[in-house]
Design a protein around this ligand. Sequence first.
Ligand code: NDP
Length: 249
Amino acid sequence: MAPRSFVVTGANRGIGLGIVSQLLKNREIEVIIATCRQPEKAEELLAIKDERLHLLQLEIDDDSSINAFYSKAESLLGEKGLAVLVNNAGVLIDYDVLQEPDRETIRKQLETNSISPAVFIQRMLPLLRKAAELEEGERLSVDRAAIVNISSTAASIQKIDGTFNGPLVAYRMSKSALNSFAKSCSIDLKPLHILVTSFCPGWVQTDMGGKNALLTVEQSTSELVSSILRLSSEHHGGFFERNLQLKLA
Ligand code: NDP
């Protein structure tokens, strides 16, 4: 059985748009809320004619936007709450240890890639709890209630080996912080029966990944969504490649 509902952040382009497109292929999913900062300019999403798809404004760095989003999502989702929250929105700004120090560039990536998803997860908890409480028992599963963070292999301290080190320094810091928050969530949300998992989507041809990336959005997100739809207790608290085959640390 597929989860009833999804929220996907940063869904107007790149991997977020790809995730929404893949989710729409599954007819068991009833509600997909795609968020973006400027819905009126989200041409690809606006062109999709599917009554299950709802487009809502969300700037994840802005608490008033998060609060307004919450109210709209709450009324759209109703008593069944939210089954799956996909935190996809993110930024990458080149930063190098040897460059002139620049507090703002580091701060911006920490803000959008780690602080904002943490705040957003906390704000969305009542809706995830509603979904989790629809059933009794200890089962952890994506079709009950789940948080999925789109992280990056760059977050893995174990994998810092010199490849792409320079420009990714502040981005790495921000995604490591996101993974750390996800791990804490996996402990604190287990008694609430909310599953928490982080993924690296691979190196993908988007505005962020660039034209030389190894994977198309379709290749990455078809595997990613197939993995998301299979998540169960064995994946709780884990950080995986998009195909669930390699567990990262
Ligand atoms: P893109 O740059 O193509 O898209 C980023 C998305 O995030 C856009 O929708 C953007 O909205 C949104 N966004 C950025 N900042 C905010 C904000 N403050 N509030 C709301 N939305 C925001 O990136 P990708 O699609 O490539 O990346 C998606 C995720 O995947 C990111 O978390 C990224 O770190 C991760 N990732 C990507 C990889 C790759 O190779 N592409 C590799 C590993 C991880 P807007 O259009 O308004 O700017």
